[in-house]
Ligand binder design. Structure first.
Ligand code: SF4
Ligand code: SF4
Ligand code: SF4
Length: 321
């Protein structure tokens, strides 16, 4: 089929786009086995940054390469967010840095204590970023990893707004929007840690875990990881974060310093999340109702966007033929 014929068939294909997938992520996962979780033993982290470098190497091919100069911004309220000339920034989350190390110093019993805290997406059990994404671009996989599909994300940043830690980061000048309406930049695409979903699905481990010289992180079935976190906290007199935050996450931290103190010492800012006691966003009645309403719409929208994305790829291949 040539390009013209293919694009012509797009309208028909869109009408027949898959409308299934109305399930909330939590329902899909409940039907299929246990989620995986990770445990960080913060007493072991020496802040060497090997995990950050490994994450960058593993995901270099996933990073955005924006079109410049940026086309006219539309919607006009969309704001340029551009890290493409600051790809080396590694002291915060960016579209090119999905993991970074926070170093915090607190005073306890008159003594200054420093702690290194690797930060990335928490992979929530009921992730508002996925359940409230209007396009179905953010999803929670059955193994508990929450990922954003850059091919169908329209960059509206709903995921960042509803995330208690504002984790996803936006890059302007990339994404499907530019192919659908080439004169306009749209919003761009959101990026964050996908817990190395592809590597884990292929039987491997996340790159940051493999690279760590001190075995700071452990990955395993959620129930086992929670039990291990409680054991560690008991044995060391430590404190636990992640079991109940935002209704429970698939990332747990055990720290020798209470998280309230760590949070107070951190100064949260864009790309630099806090460690607050996060309430369950999806437990709020209004958000649950919105998620139920959005689920079928997101399924339809994701179907349409996928078809449009396939059309875009086919048209590009045809142009290069
Ligand atoms: S931490 Fe934020 S971005 Fe990550 S899964 Fe939870 S809500 Fe989504
Ligand atoms: S799990 Fe993978 S994507 Fe996430 S921080 Fe580690 S290396 Fe990066
Ligand atoms: S590689 Fe391990 S020890 Fe080094 S900063 Fe990362 S988690 Fe900490």
């Amino acid at each position: 089929m040539n390009r013209r014929a293919f694009l012509k068939s797009l309208g028909t294909a869109m009408a027949a786009a898959p409308v299934a997938a109305p399930l909330l992520a939590r329902d899909a996962a409940a039907a299929s086995g246990e989620q995986l979780a990770t445990l960080f033993d913060l007493s072991k982290c020496i802040g060497c940054g090997a995990c950050v470098a490994a994450c960058r190497a593993a995901h270099a091919a996933d990073y955005p390469n924006p079109q410049k100069p940026f086309p006219k911004m539309y919607p006009e309220r969309a704001k340029v967010e551009d890290f493409s000339d600051k790809r080396d920034v590694d002291d915060r989350l960016t579209p090119y840095n999905w993991l970074f190390i926070q170093t915090v110093t607190v005073t306890r019993n008159g003594k200054a204590i420093s702690l290194n805290i690797p930060r990335r997406c928490m992979h929530c059990v009921h992730p508002p970023c996925a359940e409230l994404c209007p396009w179905g671009s953010a999803v929670r996989h059955d193994d508990g990893a929450v990922a954003i599909d850059a091919n169908i994300c329209l960059g509206g940043a709903k995921c960042r707004d509803v995330c208690p830690w504002h984790i996803p980061q936006r890059q302007t000048g990339v994404g499907l929007y530019l192919d659908l309406l080439p004169a306009f930049a749209g919003n761009g695409v959101m990026y964050k840690c996908d817990r190395c979903h592809g590597r884990v699905a292929a039987g491997g481990k996340p790159a940051c875990i493999e690279a760590c010289p001190n075995d700071v992180q452990t990955i395993g079935p959620r129930r086992e990881i929670i039990a291990a976190a409680h054991d560690l906290a008991r044995q060391t007199g430590g404190f636990l974060y992640g079991e109940t935050e935002n209704g429970g996450t698939n990332t747990l931290y055990v720290s020798p310093i209470p998280f309230e103190e760590l949070h107070a010492a951190l100064q949260p800012s864009p790309g630099n999340p806090g460690l607050q006691a996060a309430a369950d966003v999806m437990g709020k009645e209004k958000n649950l109702a919105t998620a139920v309403l959005l689920a079928p719409l997101a399924g339809i929208a994701a179907g349409i966007l996928r078809v449009a994305n396939r059309a875009r790829k086919a048209a590009k291949e045809d142009d290069h033929a």
